[in-house]
Design a protein around this ligand. Structure first.
Ligand SMILES: [Zn+2]
Length: 369
């Protein structure tokens, strides 16, 4: 009797600790996926996909979804179901996802049957082993900096009427590029290198076609009330507060003024918005995190007035297929802030804090990959 019990518990332990081996085609040391058995079905924790395929996993609790990015493609799991969506195709892995102790357990049928079907070139199953391509390196490597305005579009005009937003942000962006490239293993591209006009759409298109991992648009603010000052960072959404709406109107004004008026606006609205909104919504959480890092670092080092991290509906952020934010470094319509913004020692402070914010975000983001 005692002997039987020992055998039984031995089997039980064996079962609990079952693993699936992942061998990489390149000969990289193999990875292991831990599985557990519930009601005689084998499951694995979705985070095991991060371990072996460097998949990025995001929980979307309100929408009851689990988003998994692997090999540069997105799989959307519908919680409490046995379905996932990939490129608008529905795949059924037969058994429902189980939520247990805060973990999402996926049936092993996904690994054995569905994943090889979705990535036939990259993953094959051989007996009890999975043979896979090396996981792709998704760390942040390319950053696009976007100095706002330029050429015929001066952007905000200073209290003194002598300084223009387009010039200040171009200086700042040049210096930020240098410090980023010197200190991080990244390639930094600018949407404009000189004083020239570029449409808002061209800016995000530039970031997308260069496969940028981050898009950072840099601006100075203006307000008809010259007392208003402070620093704020925006990420995309349909505008929420009146204040955010005012800044949004200011930054979007370029479309009316310089890109063909009403007709151009309609083009942005109809053609770009639906797709663009989808593109950004995937990155909202990351954009928010990047915004938080930038804002706290900027306010911390300059003692500037903290206007917060806000959501607004900027044309220039729509259509970016990567985390994207818009920074307002300060109000040049405010006499004191204008004086500071043109001083190179103050600009250096801003640049250093933007560098720190980007660096902190990159370190956190890369670790998640
Ligand atoms: Zn601007």
């Amino acid at each position: 009797m005692k002997f039987k019990l020992i055998i039984l518990s031995f089997l039980f332990v064996l079962n609990l600790q079952a693993v699936i081996t992942v061998e990489y085609k390149s000969g990289l040391a193999s990875g292991l996926i831990n599985t557990e058995t519930i009601d005689s079905l084998d499951y694995f924790n979705v985070y095991e996909l991060n371990k072996v395929f460097k998949a990025k996993i995001m929980e979307d609790v309100p929408d009851q979804r689990l988003k998994v990015n692997m090999f540069g493609e997105q799989l959307i799991f519908l919680l409490e179901s046995s379905y996932l969506i990939h490129k608008s195709e529905l795949y059924n892995f037969t058994y429902d996802i189980v939520q247990k102790d805060g973990k999402y357990l996926i049936p092993v049928t996904l690994l054995k049957r569905i994943i090889p079907e979705i990535f036939p070139e990259k993953i094959t199953v051989l007996d009890d082993k999975i043979i896979a391509d090396n996981p792709s390196d998704n760390s942040i490597k390319t950053i696009v900096l976007d100095p706002g305005h330029g050429g015929k579009d001066p952007g905000a005009v200073g209290f003194s009427r002598k300084n223009f937003e387009k010039d200040i942000v171009l200086d700042v962006t040049h210096k930020l590029k240098k410090i980023l490239e010197e200190n991080l293993d990244v390639n930094v591209l600018l949407t404009r290198d000189i004083d020239e006009f570029i449409s808002l759409q061209q800016r995000t298109q530039f970031a997308n076609s260069n496969k940028a991992d981050l898009f950072i648009s840099i601006h100075c603010n203006a307000h008809r009330n010259e007392k208003i000052d402070g620093i704020e960072v925006f990420y995309l959404s349909t505008a929420i507060t009146d204040d955010a709406r005012a800044v949004e109107a200011l930054e979007n004004e370029v479309v009316y003024k310089f890109e063909g008026g009403e007709e151009a606006v309609r083009k942005y609205d109809d053609l770009a918005f639906i797709l663009a909104d989808m593109a950004q919504s995937e990155h909202l959480e990351e954009s928010y995190q990047l915004g938080m890092k930038l804002q706290s670092s900027l306010v911390g080092s300059t003692n500037g007035f903290d206007r917060g991290v806000k959501q607004a509906n900027f044309y220039v952020l729509r259509g970016a297929f990567m985390p994207a934010v818009l920074i307002e470094l300060g109000f040049i319509s405010n006499k004191e802030e204008e004086k500071k913004l043109i001083k190179s020692s103050y600009q250096d402070k801003l640049i250093d804090s933007m560098f720190q914010g980007i660096r902190d975000f990159k370190f956190k983001y890369d670790k998640m990959q």
